[in-house]
Design a protein around this ligand. Sequence first.
Ligand code: B12
Length: 211
Amino acid sequence: MSLIDNHSAVPQGHTLILVGHGATGFWPIFKHSQEYLDQQPDPINRWSERIGNAFATQLQGNAVFPFTGPPYQPFLSWAQTNGDSFPSPLGLHFHRQHGLWHAYRFGLLVNTQTFEHHVHNTPTSASQPCTGCAQPCMTSCPVGAFSSAGYAVASCRAYVAQNPNSSCARSGCIARLACPYTPTSTVNPSHDGYEAAQHQYHMAEFAKQVR
Ligand code: B12
């Protein structure tokens, strides 16, 4: 059942809190979780459900998840509406604080009244450094998967699947890594902040999807 019926509008009297993370912080916690360690499929989705539903219960609200679908809930459009992010040339969104290295894990739909003293719903505006950038992200993909025509998912996936020892598969998407912006949330500015195991996990999951 969808809590947000038309897949975009937040019901009146409710506030949607998007919960996600930048490059750092998530993996050190997640890698010790029961979901990661139990070797069952979709550990991040199951972790997100456990944590998201627990928060929702505490806040007497409901959790929504980015992976429920198709049709999928428009997490990135929601983030953009709030001024948190905007579409980068890659299609991935650029977050005002985390650059290209952010992802959402769940949303919390709560009664606004419960939060009226806590929620400061002032939309912010993500700065747009892509505009003046040489955009090395668009020219660094080994199979040219990103162009003005969009994202060639099949070429990207085939390359990663057939080249498990490539830089993309071992150290993360080269196009995403080419972004010169240093996230303010990254502890070590010379690195995107993901652990190698985190890159490898995400790229392996991506490579094995049949969609
Ligand atoms: C289906 C899907 C995919 C598909 C197809 C993507 C596509 N081009 O259509 C596949 C499997 C290929 C994919 C891949 C990846 N995805 Co993906 N994906 C989704 C998912 C589940 C649904 C997208 C959708 O149809 N939404 C419905 C529409 C209505 O939502 P929307 O907000 O209005 O639409 C926005 C997106 O379509 C976005 N968009 C447009 N073009 C592209 C291209 C890319 C590459 C991406 C990621 C997004 C994107 O712009 C729209 C708004 O401006 C979302 C989660 C979600 N619920 O949105 C994650 C999501 C978009 N993916 C995400 C990520 C991180 C990835 C990967 C980088 C994962 C990885 N490997 O680490 C890869 C990209 C490949 C790479 N080079 O590494 C993040 C994006 C975060 C960000 N910074 O922008 C999301 C939001 C998931 C999350 N938990 O946060 N993904």
